[in-house]
Write a protein that binds this ligand. Structure first.
Ligand code: ADP
Ligand code: MG
Length: 322
C-alpha cells in the first residue's frame, strides 16, 4: 500500500512499552521473542471481514475491541496468559480517520492485558483484520475441549444472549426503538475476555471453550471431542436484565442465551470433586459464574426446564447476513 511505512510508523510503532520477553519488535523482517521456561505457547488466529463480522460503517474503536477481544478470548479458553499479538490489516485506502480511533482502542485493550504488538502486515484490499495472539500456559495443563467426563458439571461465565440481540439491532434500525437496544448494540462489539477465569480454572476444570458460535454449538464441540452428552436446565441460563427488557419474554431470552454467538464468555466442565472449589478459585476474577447442567452419556444433549424436557428448534448463529 502506498504510504505503508508512514502508516505503520505513525499508527503501529512505539505505541506500547516493551515487554522484557520481546527482543525485537516492529521494523525488521521478523519479531524476536523469548518465552519463559516450562510453558507451552498457545497460538490462535482469527479474521474479521467487513460485511461479515462487522459493518464497514461501525465505530472503529468497537471494531478494534471486538477483533482483539475475540482473539484474547481464545487464549482465555485455554487458560493461557496473553503475551504477543501480530496484526495483518487490509484496507481499501489508508484511512486515518478510521485508523486513529481503531488504534487508540486496540492499544488500550492490549495494554490492559499486557499484550504487545510485535509485527504484522499492511495491504490494500477489502477491509479485513487478521490477528494472531500468543500466550503462555504451564506445560501439560492447558484447558482443552476433550477432557469432559460423564458426571462433570457444566458452567458458563457472565450473561448470555445480549450479543445476538445487539446484532439484530445493528441489522434492523427499526429495532433501535426497543428498550435497551442501544446498549445491546454496544454489547455486541464490547466484551471482556475471561483471561483471569481461564487461568484460575487450570487444575479445576476438565474442559473449556469460549462462546463464539453460540452455547449449544460451542458446548457441542466439547461434547464431541470428549465423547459425551449433556443435560442443560434452561431456567438456570444467566440472562441480563437488559435482554429481558428488550425481549419482554423469558423463554425468548433463554433461546437467545443458547444460540447467541460472539459472546466471548467461557463454557467449562468441572469434575464433581472440584465443584466446591469453583467459587473460591474464581472469587478474585470479578465474573459471574453459573452452573447450568451436567455431562451425560454420549449422544444426548437434552434441554429441560426444572426437570421437564423441552424441545426447541434453535437457529444457528450467522454473523451478519449482508
Ligand atoms: P516485510 O516486507 O518484511 O513483510 P513490511 O514492510 O510488511 O515488512 O513491514 C515492516 C515492519 O512493520 C515489519 O516489522 C512488520 O512486522 C511491521 N508491520 C507491518 N504492518 C503491520 C501492522 N499492521 N501491525 C503491526 N506491525 C506491522
Ligand atoms: Mg509485509
Amino acid at each position: 500500500m502506498s504510504g505503508e511505512f508512514n502508516l505503520i510508523d505513525k499508527y503501529f510503532s512505539n505505541r506500547q512499552s516493551q515487554r522484557k520477553d520481546v527482543l525485537l519488535s516492529l521494523g525488521d523482517d521478523c519479531a524476536l521473542v523469548k518465552p519463559p521456561e516450562n510453558v507451552s505457547i498457545a497460538i490462535s488466529t482469527d479474521t474479521l471481514v467487513a460485511g461479515t463480522h462487522f459493518l464497514a460503517s461501525a465505530n472503529p474503536a468497537w471494531v478494534a475491541h471486538k477483533a482483539l477481544a475475540s482473539n484474547i478470548s481464545d487464549l482465555a479458553a485455554m487458560g493461557a496468559t496473553p503475551a504477543w499479538v501480530s496484526f495483518a490489516l487490509t484496507m481499501p485506502e489508508p484511512d486515518e480517520q478510521w485508523l486513529e480511533p481503531f488504534c487508540q482502542s486496540f492499544f488500550e485493550l492490549a495494554d490492559y492485558f499486557g499484550i504487545q504488538l510485535i509485527g504484522g502486515d499492511t495491504t490494500k484490499g477489502p477491509l479485513s483484520l487478521t490477528l494472531t495472539v500468543q500466550g503462555f500456559v504451564p506445560e501439560e495443563r492447558a484447558l482443552k475441549r476433550d477432557g469432559a467426563e460423564i458426571g462433570d458439571w457444566i458452567f458458563v461465565t457472565g450473561e448470555l444472549g445480549d450479543s445476538k440481540a445487539g446484532l439484530e439491532v445493528i441489522l434492523d434500525p427499526a429495532k433501535r426503538s426497543q428498550p435497551s437496544a442501544v446498549e445491546l448494540e454496544k454489547r455486541h462489539y464490547i466484551s471482556t475476555p475471561r483471561v483471569l477465569v481461564g487461568q484460575a480454572l487450570l487444575g479445576v476444570a476438565s474442559a473449556a471453550i469460549d462462546i463464539s458460535d453460540g452455547l449449544i454449538s460451542d458446548l457441542g464441540h466439547i461434547l464431541k471431542r470428549s465423547n459425551v452428552g449433556a443435560s442443560i436446565d434452561v431456567s438456570l441460563l444467566p440472562v441480563s436484565d437488559t435482554l429481558r427488557a428488550y425481549l419482554q419474554d423469558s423463554t425468548s431470552a433463554q433461546k437467545y442465551a443458547l444460540s447467541s454467538g460472539e459472546e466471548y464468555e467461557l463454557c467449562f466442565t468441572v469434575p464433581d470433586q472440584n465443584k466446591g472449589m469453583v467459587e473460591s478459585a474464581l472469587a478474585h476474577c470479578g465474573a459471574k459464574v453459573t452452573c447450568i447442567g451436567q455431562v451425560r452419556p454420549q449422544g444426548v444433549l437434552e434441554l429441560h426446564q426444572q426437570g421437564n424436557p423441552i424441545y426447541w428448534q434453535l437457529a444457528g448463529y450467522d454473523h451478519f447476513k449482508v
